[in-house]
Design a protein around this ligand. Structure first.
Ligand code: CA
Length: 225
């Protein structure tokens, strides 16, 4: 899952970035409204964290522009403390949720997870396919109850496919959602990650759809006894 943070306060921006990267997200950063608007319009994000008080273009205007452009990416706005008018204005402009400053990072991440989950139609924080479970809160993956260690990139790829279980996901889409902007994107590495995930979780966990991409399906239920 890939997230954009638009925040002009350098310490907060970096702290959020570190925390989200640590939690398994690919993260892009923007420090003003103009850059933030551009990235949000041209790149593919699973969610955006948007400060409202920004230089160049303010956050509400940025949000309003995205919505007018038809960008439906979930947006969580950061509002000034106790400013109810900010919250109302943010929600009216098309925000999906808000967190008031100062906030606990844990709360912000929980809200972000919920936004991403809802946007992909998943009600539970635990994503499953057959006997494979991925807990989006702890970042832990198990197969038949046994913990499985994945690298950061393997986790990002599996998490994206699990969020979109049953759909065919192209290589391009995977690249757009598991790498940040600065990453040297090589589509061949996707196949390498898929091979490694299959080795760790079972050969049938990810199906290759020739010419289209990959799909993670619920394995057929065992026949009833
Ligand atoms: Ca600000």
């Amino acid at each position: 899952m890939r997230v954009l943070i638009v925040e002009d306060e350098p310490n907060l921006r970096q702290q959020l970035s570190n925390t989200l990267e640590g939690a398994g997200y690919a993260v892009d950063l923007a420090s003003d409204g103009e850059e933030g608007h551009f990235l949000g319009s041209t790149e593919q994000y699973d969610a955006i964290i948007l400060d409202l008080g920004l230089p160049e273009v303010d956050g509400l205007t940025v949000l309003d522009r995205w919505r007018r452009e038809g960008k439906a990416t979930p947006v969580l706005v950061l509002t000034a403390r106790d400013s109810w008018s900010d919250k109302v204005a943010g929600l009216d402009a098309g925000a999906d949720d808000y967190v008031a400053k100062p906030f606990q990072t844990e709360e912000l991440i929980a809200r972000l997870r919920a936004l991403i989950r809802r946007a992909s139609g998943n009600a539970s924080a635990e994503l499953t396919a057959g006997d494979i479970r991925l807990d989006t809160r702890s970042g832990k993956v198990t197969k038949a109850g046994d913990p499985v260690k994945l690298t950061a990139q393997e986790y990002k790829l599996l998490s994206y496919l699990l969020h979109h279980k049953g759909k065919v996901v192209s290589r391009t889409e995977l690249i757009e959602h598991i790498y940040d902007q600065d990453f040297d994107r090589d589509s061949n590495t996707i196949e390498v990650f898929v091979t490694r995930i299959r080795k760790k979780l079972g050969a049938d966990v990810i199906t290759t759809i020739r010419g289209l991409g990959y799909s993670l399906d619920e394995p057929d239920a065992p026949p009833a006894a």
